[in-house]
Write a protein that binds this ligand. Structure first.
Ligand code: KG4
Ligand code: ZN
Length: 346
């Protein structure tokens, strides 16, 4: 019987600094999700070095593939499709995953499903509960910060986005100023919980009639405050600095998300991306959403907020069911973006 058939997707993710291969059943169950992180190699440079990332992906991809199939106890013959992140991301890094996915699809005559990395982040939430449409997603990662409207499955439309730094990027940059190692988001989150918002950094674009964000002004205000203190030999409280920075980020993210939810009534708000692991942000959104009780708050699981291939398998499954296919000439698209929602306030 068709409804009982298990449909297996092999998924690849290599857009940045994690090499990941997963096997996902029926778009909702993780049979394996192998993630080889390169963070240690990039730490000493304070950020991801593209050439180093590509080299690591090449070394890891076949090992991750073998491990994922072994862990899932699945053979190539049992697979139904191959999904792969083809953008956005670092071109050399993306190409490794794309080449691997194409090789498997070609060798085993399987359909090849191209997946937008950001759609993957959204579908990390699918492992918590089925997505219901229309939905809104707040995507906050190291490379992106955007509000995405999902009118129906497999349609993604940008409602607003950052005009400059992504939220995670701002965390990592101020982390460097605080002497923390890369990536700094998790540690700043922890420091913030022990401090208070005493510096009152700016909340950029808070009252503008759009759904966009800006974090570079906050970053500059933070850096100026720290440098000035260093010059005059004043010791600032790290916890309070972290708490003040974090509160400014959260206030803007929450305010713009609530504004978007009023303009686009939805059944679910999905919080996803690396920064979605932030405790303060999860709490603040949950609190504000109690006043919008028709909206279900769906948070990507903490373990799946960062880059991984399981989320690509889940998004790929929906794309596959919607007849999305790539040919073997699929290329990496480093600047891949969702289209803007109609009538967006840009
Ligand atoms: O989605 P992701 O794993 O990679 C990209 O696609 O960018 O996001 C990584 C980002 C990093 O900037 C990291 O500092 C941030 O997520 N991050 C956090 C937390 N955990 C990770 N930021 C704030 N609070 C956290 N708890
Ligand atoms: Zn990501």
């Amino acid at each position: 019987m068709n409804s009982l058939k298990r449909e297996l997707i092999l998924a690849f993710e290599t857009s940045c600094d994690e090499t990941s291969v997963a096997v996902v059943e029926n778009g909702e169950k993780i049979l394996a999700n192998v993630v080889a992180t390169q963070i240690k190699s990039h730490k000493r440079f304070g950020g991801v070095v593209p050439e180093v990332a590509s080299r690591h992906h090449i070394e890891q991809i076949t090992l991750c593939l073998q491990d994922a199939l072994a862990e899932a106890a699945v053979t190539y013959e049992e697979l139904d499709a191959v999904a792969v992140t083809y953008g956005p991301g670092l071109v050399g890094a993306l190409l490794v995953g794309v080449a691997a996915a194409k090789a498997v699809a070609f060798a085993h005559n399987l359909p090849l499903i191209p997946v937008n990395h950001m759609a993957g982040h959204i579908y990390a939430a699918r492992f918590v509960t089925p997505l219901e449409f229309p939905a809104m997603a707040l995507l906050v990662s190291g490379g992106h910060t955007e509000l995405v409207y999902l009118p129906e499955p497999n349609r993604y439309e940008i409602v607003g986005e950052t005009r400059d730094d992504a939220a995670g990027e701002a965390y990592d940059k101020i982390g460097r100023v605080l002497g923390l190692s890369y990536p700094a988001g998790k540690e700043i989150d922890a420091l913030a919980h022990a401090g208070k918002d005493s510096f009152k950094f700016p909340r950029a674009m808070l009252h503008e009639e759009n759904y966009d964000f800006s974090f570079s002004g906050l970053k500059s205000a933070f850096i100026n405050t720290v440098h000035h203190a260093q010059q005059v030999g004043e010791e600032l409280n790290k916890n309070d600095l972290a708490a003040s920075f974090q509160q400014s980020v959260i206030d803007v993210l929450v305010a713009k998300t609530i504004r978007a939810l009023h303009a686009f009534p939805v059944k679910q708000l999905i919080l996803a991306g690396g920064v979605a692991a932030n405790r303060g942000l999860r709490q603040a959104l949950a609190q504000r959403l109690t006043r919008l009780d028709e909206v279900e708050f769906v948070k990507a699981p903490l373990t799946l907020c960062g880059d991984n291939a399981a989320m690509i398998g889940a998004a790929g499954y929906v794309a596959w069911k919607n007849d999305v296919r790539a040919q073997l000439d699929l290329n990496a698209e480093p600047s891949l973006e969702f289209p803007w929602v109609k009538g967006a306030l840009k």
